[in-house]
Ligand binder design. Structure first.
Ligand code: ASP
Ligand code: MG
Length: 483
């Protein structure tokens, strides 16, 4: 089979974990599969890069920069030492496993050299940021790209030290050309043509490319990132472009779960789920997948598997275009917090075409992402859910956007959560919404806002943060079972 395998989460915790990841690559490679690997940054590294960049811009302290870059240097250095067999070890190994392990070249030295170079580059950029005291999205992307650029050579070195030819490849070099939206870039059509050409050269030689997740370059060749958690997206972009048989996302969860096990211990693995359902689940807080990661897979109908790196024997969740149904139609219940409810009301909106357009374009201009919308047929009121960090910008945009027109009242609250009940089997089945809301009503959970798209694959509603965990548990009991 042709496979893309992405390693993230616990697989990039430390050097030993990366070594295990390399072992998995070797195992499937030796079985005859053609593998392209995607790796995310080592755990915590993307966050520290972000903090470092912000600190550099705000505090402007070169000493602090050097402190942080030294930490990163030693973290990756140690990881490489654990992940990559050195010459003596690999010589011993090559006697045991035949001649395939590399003894002619020191994979470790090469990785250490790359790490040293990259950290030097990073240090220079951060000191530059200290001097200018300003951080643009473009420079932030550049800084945040170092996590993957540091982990890929380690994993690739580790694979090589196990006797499998491999090289590390940066997203842009792999053909991931994106638009200019720094921090949230999207691949261009050109990328899908370029990737098979670029990676084909490596794959045809029998090498395993280890591609940096999360990053690409725009047409000018400047590094962009695909948004936090974007390595999944890299994997599916590559999978679609290479037309692989399956895309495997190795993570630290057993698969996509019926709900968050932190709230509901009875949460179960969903063995099969459709792209659409997986997308609905991940948009609504099941933090398993990058929300856009399904799009490239859908494009070419490529199955995606979410597997647990710590339990490779498990089957995980298989995501395909098949809409399998379950009794009751509901597969999962997810909860999203850190959101705010925004309410715009006023008689002036009744029967006034363009009110909604006005509101949405004012918000779009401020880059406010709207997660949920509801308008009653009286047209007096539009409610929306937006990410909490955007709420102030949203209110400001609306207040200025309406030029002080006071017939509209803008209010918001932050103490809310969205709950989404997901399952394509709900479509055309009467009574699902009834069951949802009567379970909540019977237990005195107040529902503040409701929205159901006409795909009928998701019923979402807003409850107070206080009621949210209980509401999720009630619905899980109702639909998935008490186990
Ligand atoms: N390293 C990036 C992040 O932490 C991408 C990823 O992990 O998928 O967001
Ligand atoms: Mg990460």
């Amino acid at each position: 089979m042709k496979l893309v395998m992405k390693f993230g989460g616990s697989a990039v915790r430390d050097g030993d974990a990366l070594r295990n990841a390399a072992g998995i690559v070797k195992e499937f490679h030796d079985e005859g599969h053609e593998i392209t690997v995607v790796v995310s940054a080592m755990r915590g590294v993307t966050n520290s890069l972000q903090d470092c960049a912000k600190m550099a811009a705000e505090a402007g302290s070169a000493d602090k920069v050097i402190e942080s870059t030294s930490e990163l240097r030693s973290k990756h250095h140690t990881a490489a030492e654990h992940a990559i067999l050195d010459e003596r070890q690999s010589l011993r190994l090559s006697r045991r496993i035949g001649d395939s392990a590399r003894s002619d070249e020191n994979c470790l030295d090469e990785a250490l050299f790359t790490i040293a170079n990259l950290v030097d580059q990073l240090e220079r950029v951060l000191i530059g940021i200290c001097h200018v005291g300003e951080l643009t999205d473009r420079s932030l992307d550049y800084v945040m790209s170092f996590g993957e650029r540091l982990s890929a050579p380690i994993l690739s070195g580790s694979v090589r030290s196990l006797g499998v030819e491999s090289c590390s490849v940066e997203g842009g070099d792999a053909g991931i050309i994106t638009n200019d939206t720094y921090r949230n870039a999207r691949p261009t059509e050109e990328a899908y043509e370029l990737i098979p050409k670029r990676l084909g050269l490596i794959l045809n030689k029998g090498f395993v490319p280890v591609v940096t997740g999360y990053i690409g370059v725009n047409e000018k060749g400047i590094i962009t990132t695909l948004g936090r958690g974007g390595s999944d997206y890299t994997a599916t972009i590559l999978g679609a472009a290479l037309k692989v048989d399956e895309i495997w996302l190795w993570k630290e969860t057993d698969g996509i779960m019926s709900t968050n096990p932190d709230f509901v211990p009875e949460a179960q693995i969903i063995p099969e789920i459709s792209y659409i359902e997986a997308m609905e689940m991940s948009f609504f807080g099941a933090e398993v997948l990058h929300p856009l990661a399904m799009e490239p897979a859908i494009r070419r109908g490529i199955p995606v598997r979410v597997r647990n790196f710590l339990k490779p024997e498990g089957e995980g969740t298989l995501i395909t275009d098949v809409q399998s149904t379950v009794e009751g139609g509901v597969k999962g219940i997810s909860l999203i917090d850190n959101v705010s409810l925004l309410n715009i009301s006023g008689a002036a909106m009744v029967g006034t075409p363009g009110s909604a357009a006005h509101i949405f374009s004012a918000l779009a201009e401020k880059n406010v992402n709207i997660m949920m919308i509801s308008q009653g047929s009286s047209e007096r009121n539009i409610s929306m859910v937006v990410d909490q960090p955007h709420i102030e910008g949203a209110v400001e945009a609306l207040e200025t956007g309406f030029n002080g027109n006071t017939t509209r009242d803008i209010t918001f609250r932050n103490d809310i959560c969205v709950i989404a009940v997901v399952g394509s089997g709900m479509a055309g089945v009467p009574g699902v919404a009834g069951r949802v809301f009567s379970a909540l009503g019977k237990n005195h959970v107040n529902v503040i806002m409701i929205s159901q798209g006409s795909s009928e694959c998701n019923i979402s509603f807003v409850v107070s943060s206080e009621d949210a965990p209980r509401a999720v548990k009630l619905l899980h009991d109702e639909f998935v079972g008490k186990a």
